[in-house]
Each structure stands twice: as C-alpha cells, then as structure tokens.
Design a protein around this ligand. Structure first.
Ligand SMILES: [Zn+2]
Length: 193
C-alpha cells in the first residue's frame, strides 16, 4: 500500500473523507475560510474537515499513507496549524513526482451554518493553496435533512475526489525538446541561383 508511485505518469484518482465534531469555543474553518458560527470544529489542527478530505484524496492518488500517518496529532508542531499548509506540503510531493491536479470535486455535509455564500471563497482559497486554477476545484455543500449525527449538528463531514495527471513540461523544456528532435537543415546547395 505504501510503495512509492513510480515516476511513470498516467492518470491517478484518489478519494478522501473526514468528520470532525462541533464544539463550543472553537473557530469554524472550512476550505481555509473562517466562517462566523456559534461553534467550530474540534481537532488538533484548525480541524478544517474539507481541507483534510482533499489532503487524503491527494495522498491516496499518490498511493501514500493517509493524513493521520503524514501529520500525526501527537506532533505538537501541528497544533492549531492551518490545514492549507498541509495541502501545500502534499502538493509539493505531487509536483515532485511529476503530477499536477486535473480537477477535484468535494462536498461538505453540514446542517448549519448555510455554506452556499462561502463556497466561492473556499474554492479560491483551496485553489491558491493547491497552486491550480479555481476552475479545477469544485466545492458543494449538502445538508443532511436532520438525519443522523450530521443532521443533529453534532459535527461536519466532507468527502473529496481528486484526479491527478502528468504535469505539462515547463515551457523552456518543451521548446528544448522540440529543438532536439528537429532534423539538421541540409546545407544550401551552391551554384544555380
Ligand atoms: Zn480531519
């Protein structure tokens, strides 16, 4: 399960899911955006359940162990940390192995607060952290209609799926490769103008 992905790129898909309980006296952060609410998600970091689901999806696409192994909550360095930093760190791995995000789609399951007004800001913040266009990042919000723990507002959950593929070669590299493939021009014949 934890063998490193060989640097022979193709498309790879990953999925991630996460749940955090809601607690008093905590800031609610979703997709890197602080949202005014009477309670926030509890956890070791900022408990950004959406960023965590995306992080796990990326790690899954790479074939790496999940967030719990990568950023253990026993590590004091991660206390109160912004989860966008986890995303930035994982994206460095994605790029180092020759991949880029094709697109990702995520859904936040929350009974309250209403997330619709914040979705665009979340997409922009996530895209910035991931270093990809906002058009490649989908974020949806779904209520649970009062059903189950999420419906009773005991917590918030998120699910994400991400597709990664070979990163386009840098511009200069592409031009260089094309130049290397080009056949040498035949020498101009002399005489006969
Ligand atoms: Zn989490």
């Amino acid at each position: 399960m934890s063998e490193k992905v060989p640097p022979a790129p193709g498309l790879r898909i990953g999925c991630g899911a996460d749940v955090h309980p809601l607690a008093a006296g905590r800031r609610l952060v979703l997709g890197g955006i602080a949202i005014a609410h009477e309670r926030g998600l509890s956890g070791h970091s900022d408990a950004d359940v959406l960023a965590h689901a995306i992080c796990d999806a990326l790690l899954g696409a790479l074939g790496d162990p999940d967030m719990g192994a990568r950023f253990p909550d026993t590590d004091e360095a991660h206390r109160g940390r912004s989860s966008l930093e986890f995303l930035r760190e994982v994206m460095r791995d994605v790029r180092a192995r020759g991949y880029a995000i094709v697109n990702l789609d995520a859904v936040v399951l929350a009974e309250a607060p209403r997330l619709q007004p914040h979705l665009e800001a979340m997409r922009a913040a996530l895209a910035e952290a991931l270093g990809c266009p906002a058009a490649s990042v989908g974020v949806k919000a779904k209520r649970c209609e009062g059903i189950g723990a999420i419906g009773r507002k005991e917590g918030i959950a998120a699910q994400a799926v991400v597709l990664i593929g070979p990163a386009a070669p840098a511009r200069g590299a592409a031009v260089g490769a094309r130049a290397a493939r080009r056949k040498p021009r035949p020498a101009r014949r002399k005489g006969r103008a």
